[in-house]
Design a protein around this ligand. Structure first.
Ligand SMILES: Cc1cc2nc3c(=O)[nH]c(=O)nc-3n(C[C@H](O)[C@H](O)[C@H](O)COP(=O)(O)O)c2cc1C
Length: 359
């Protein structure tokens, strides 16, 4: 159980994350998604109005291959943000995750900031806990499978994401950096609950994807490099706290990780893959599907609109779906199966990664 002091620190951190991600530039100065070139089809032989953007993920039918990625929960303002995200997920039939639910397992008063999403008909709801909490950290005991089940019940989840966020843990003050037994713990959870392993901005390699598959996870959200960088977030937090050692650490690891499109290719080991990390448009969603993802996840791109309200977020998602449809039209893909088979080239730094990566 967290004491009052620790609880307060977690709430401040969650609030800081939202403020910084909505306001600051956390980009890595290179768009890896632009490395994926879909080849134009001048004779598409598909009528625009016949294009079907629906997709299936974890056996759930979505209106488009889009998941609103884990963003928040566990502090005052989170309930309103999750309500806005959930209302739009319902309207477009999108998947939706919530932020780490550890806070509510420790303090049940916070459960409503997550469970608000149950008020909406969302086709795929994803719970969230972190692998650092599945192993012993100092005096804190690891979370149990029953607590995992309780997290799922809190949001009526179809799948529980276990996030892998050691980049963030190592750059943030007093991060949870005990990692031994993490894979075993995931295996234990996966033997009782439907688990998706999820990185949060540093990507998944082929060898990690293979180990996760053997551990019994149902899918992988690659959470790759190219979008929100938690190292950058910690840089801003440390700088405003006047902690220049931490700020330097955050700056040095700003662009650490495996680029998202590369990670999608490496993580294609026979499980559904969600491509999260730097997805900015419906064209990026189409690119993600073309390199093997079942869906794309978005967080940073949606956050400013989500803070503005339902109308702004609706306009944002509407644009993204129109862009996805336009990309499908221009490659002559009438549905997700055809888009997955469309001719896509991997160029630039992503090509270089794939030609050289050893694992
Ligand atoms: C404010 C904020 C809070 C986040 N909190 C969580 C979290 O609690 N659990 C998690 O698995 N991922 C969390 N993420 C990571 C996102 O789900 C996503 O993997 C990451 O932001 C990369 O996607 P993006 O480039 O579209 O932002 C958070 C992201 C943001 C922007």
């Amino acid at each position: 159980m967290a004491g009052d002091g620790e609880r307060r620190l977690i709430e401040v951190r969650k609030s800081d994350h939202i403020e910084i991600c909505a306001k600051e530039d956390l980009g890595v100065g290179y768009s890896y998604w632009d490395d994926i070139k879909l080849v134009h089809n001048a004779l598409p032989e598909v009528d625009f109005d016949d294009i079907d953007t629906s997709a299936t993920l974890f056996g759930r039918k979505l209106g488009a291959p889009i998941v609103i990625s884990a963003i928040t929960g566990g502090y005052g303002k989170a309930e309103e943000i999750n309500r806005t995200l959930a209302s739009v997920a319902e309207r477009y039939g999108l998947g939706m995750g919530v932020g780490s639910q550890r806070a509510a397992l420790e303090n049940p008063e916070l459960a409503c900031t997550y469970s608000v999403i149950k008020e909406f008909e969302i086709p795929l709801r994803i719970g969230n806990l972190g692998v650092p909490q599945l192993v012993k950290q100092g005096l804190r005991a690891p979370l149990t499978i029953d607590e995992g089940r309780a997290a799922m019940e809190m949001v009526d989840a179809h799948v529980l994401a276990i996030h892998l966020n050691y980049l963030q843990e190592v750059v943030q003050p007093e991060g949870d950096t005990n990692t031994k037994g993490g894979l075993k713990a995931i295996e234990r959870f996966a033997s009782s609950l439907p688990i998706m392993a999820k990185e949060t901005g540093a990507g998944i390699s082929r060898s990690v994807a293979t180990r996760l598959k053997r551990a019994g996870v149902k899918g992988i959200d690659v959470g790759g490099l190219g979008g929100t960088s938690f190292s950058a977030v910690e840089y801003y937090r440390a700088r405003s706290a006047g902690d220049m050692t931490r700020a330097n650490l955050g700056e040095t690891f700003w662009d650490w990780g495996i680029p998202t499109p590369v990670s999608v290719v490496l993580s294609s080991v026979g499980l559904p893959v969600v491509a999260t990390g730097g997805v900015r448009s419906g064209l990026d969603v189409a690119r993600a599907v073309s390199v093997g993802a079942s869906a794309a996840g978005l967080a940073g791109r949606l956050l400013p609109a989500a803070l503005e309200g339902e109308d702004a977020l609706t306009a944002e998602i509407d644009t993204i779906i129109q862009e996805l449809k336009a990309a499908m039209f221009l490659v002559g893909a009438k549905d997700m199966e055809a888009l997955g088979a469309a001719n896509a080239l991997v160029t630039g730094r992503s090509r270089e990664w794939l030609d050289n990566v050893m694992e």
